[in-house]
Write a protein that binds this ligand. Structure first.
Ligand code: LLP
Length: 406
């Protein structure tokens, strides 16, 4: 039987029902430890990109471990504040939001990361030099798992183009803006980790030339985790050595020890997460076998949206010798395949199917499509299990619908 810490997936499914997201909190702590170790010798600050998994208890766990937060909306910021963060520990990295939201973020006391020249101009007009700011720079580097999650290339909407450095500087001078940080994020799942060093060097050049008062350099994230055995992953230790070297050289030449920031999402929470679903039906069609489970693309959209590969295990019989090839599919009214041509131990109706690496961008991208409830979430931590989000009910589905007398 497949277990998460000391809990079999059957026992978890029986206790909380399916579909169910389960997170291993100790695994998250292990990942935090790996990052800290890789960047030893720098003044490292981790800012968890909470878009990956916004359950408030996961944020609390991050906080307990000294990890700050990166948010992309004021709603995420409110969650972080509820998780106990001080506003100054929250970096706000929006993309193309209304200025009223930026003002709300300022009022909340968040750290601002600004990503367009028009925004910089507006910000300057209203706030001048009163607040420290970070600039999101687009370094014009093509990287990331797929085009949908590549963010640092020339044709991407993100950041202020590195080619507009002079224009940035003009606005900064005009309003006396207090630029204390430079940021870049090349894209998620990068294949070539070395791009982070390439991007860092571009930021260093800007720092020397235009920004003498930096307090930090934020190198974003994008670390590739293993979705399948033998998958190419970011070798964090090796990357760390390279980054630490160039970063320390930069600090020396810059004449100041600035902080090194990263905003990991997947690296911290992807592997900790499992989506548990029950096999509703095993269908032997001519030439193809299907396992239909009680979940779908409404709960984990990554396979259908990014062609992402997630390892799938028959949690009720992980080591069975008799195997069969299946497509593991969901119950949604359009093609929603979690995994194609997977040879796994024979599945019987009622078995628990475990989809791995579901911690990042799993629940946080889930929807109510087909008017299905979103799953419950459970956290296993230090050998104990806790329900951290109840399964939705019909009330949740109806909550904001306005019933007319028609
Ligand atoms: N910082 C910024 C500014 C970001 O835009 C992102 C992710 C991160 C940090 C965290 O990146 P990570 O460590 O998770 O790679 N839904 C997609 C991923 C979208 C990533 C969006 N930005 C997926 O499921 O693959």
């Amino acid at each position: 039987m497949f277990s998460i810490q000391n809990y079999t997936v059957e026992s978890l499914a029986n206790q909380f029902g399916t579909p169910l997201y389960v997170y291993d909190g100790n695994k998250i702590e292990e990942q935090i430890g790996k990052m800290r170790k890789a960047y030893e010798g720098t003044n490292l600050k981790l800012k968890y990109a909470c878009k990956a998994l916004t359950n408030i208890n996961i944020m609390k766990l991050m906080r307990k471990n000294g990890v700050d937060i990166d948010v992309v909306s004021t709603q995420e910021a409110h969650l972080a504040i509820l998780a106990g963060y001080e506003p100054h520990q929250i970096q706000y990295t929006p993309s193309g939001v209304a200025f009223s939201e930026v003002q709300e973020a300022v009022a909340l006391g968040l750290r601002m990361n600004l990503d367009s020249l028009p925004l910089l101009e507006k910000f300057g007009q209203i706030y001048g030099s009163s607040l420290p700011i970070c600039l999101r720079i687009n370094p014009h580097i093509m990287e990331g798992g797929t085009i949908k999650i590549s963010t640092g290339h020339k044709d991407s909407k993100f950041g202020i183009s590195i080619e507009q450095a002079d224009e940035i500087y003009e606005v900064v001078k005009k309003y006396g803006l207090r630029v204390v940080g430079l940021h870049q994020h090349t894209g998620s799942d990068f294949k070539n980790a070395h791009v982070i060093i390439e991007a860092a060097e571009k930021l260093f050049e800007l720092a020397y030339k235009y920004f003498p008062n930096l307090e930090f350099i934020d190198l974003g994230s994008g670390f590739k985790v293993a979705y399948k055995e033998d998958d190419h992953i970011t070798d964090m230790e090796k990357l760390g050595k390279g980054v630490v070297k160039v970063f320390n050289e930069f600090c020396e030449k810059y004449g100041k020890e600035v902080e090194l920031w990263f905003e990991p999402g997947k690296f911290l929470v992807s592997e900790c997460g499992y989506l548990l679903a029950r096999a509703n039906v095993v269908k032997h069609n001519p030439g193809r076998n299907f396992v239909g489970v009680d979940s779908g693309l409404n709960h984990l959209i990554r396979p259908m949206m990014y062609d992402a590969y997630h390892e799938i295990v028959n949690g009720s019989n992980p080591d069975g010798e008799e195997k069969e090839k299946y497509d593991i599919v969901g119950y949604i009214c359009e093609t929603d395949t979690f995994g194609k041509d997977r040879t796994i131990p024979v599945v019987n109706e009622g078995d628990i199917i475990v989809i791995k690496n579901a911690g990042a961008y799993g629940f946080s991208m889930a929807s109510n499509y087909n008017s299905r409830f979103r799953p419950a979430e459970a956290l296993v931590y230090n050998g104990e299990v806790h329900l951290i989000r109840k399964r939705e009910t019909m009330e949740d589905i109806l909550k904001n619908q306005v019933m007319l007398e028609l």
